[in-house]
Ligand binder design. Structure first.
Ligand code: FE2
Ligand code: FE2
Length: 177
């Protein structure tokens, strides 16, 4: 698969996690009992897949290639996207801390902030950055990304954990549909 298409594909399960978070927040709002283990699992999925694997591919590979390609004038877009990954990590840490402390209001606040941040972040990547990169990167750079992504999938995540994470988010999405 072409590397940019792979990043777009990764956004699918990432968005599933956002939709599950919204449903959990709805339950908190309605005063319903929340399954803490499932909330923990969403946080785990976000840390392992969305952040380590997907943001790893973006920060460690794609953004680096874009930054050194003199044909691309990204006008600070990549720096903004990196800052958004960082704010996202802050929200996710607060979500994990809130779950540990049983503070569901804090979990909800940080989850909703995270959902809002990541929805617009994914939209910007899919509609602005990725099409720009697809046009500007030459075959050599595409190949470099393909190999870099493969290495992350293999060494950072591994097939077993990758499959486990995807099954997990599909199951959660099903039970919170
Ligand atoms: Fe990103
Ligand atoms: Fe992304």
């Amino acid at each position: 698969m072409r590397p940019i298409a792979e990043l777009i594909q990764d956004h699918g399960p990432a968005k599933m996690a956002l939709r599950v978070l919204e449903k959990i927040c709805e339950k908190i709002d309605n005063g319903e009992e929340v399954n803490k283990e499932e909330a923990d699992q969403v946080v785990y999925f976000i840390r392992e897949f969305v952040d380590k694997c997907h943001h790893g591919k973006e920060e460690g590979q794609l953004f680096a290639v874009i930054k050194r390609n003199s044909n691309i004038r990204d006008n600070g877009l990549v720096d903004d996207l990196i800052k958004e990954h960082e704010s996202g990590r802050g929200f996710v840490k607060n979500m994990a801390d809130a779950l540990k402390a049983g503070d569901m209001e804090k979990f909800k606040r940080n989850s909703l902030d995270y959902v809002k941040l990541l929805d617009q972040h994914i939209f910007k990547e899919n509609t602005v950055l990725f099409p720009m990169a697809e046009r500007a990167l030459n075959n050599e750079e595409q190949k470099e990304l393909e190999e870099g992504f493969l290495q992350i999938e293999r060494e950072v995540i591994g097939k077993e954990l990758h499959d486990k994470l995807h099954n997990l988010i599909h199951e959660l999405r099903e039970s919170y549909s």
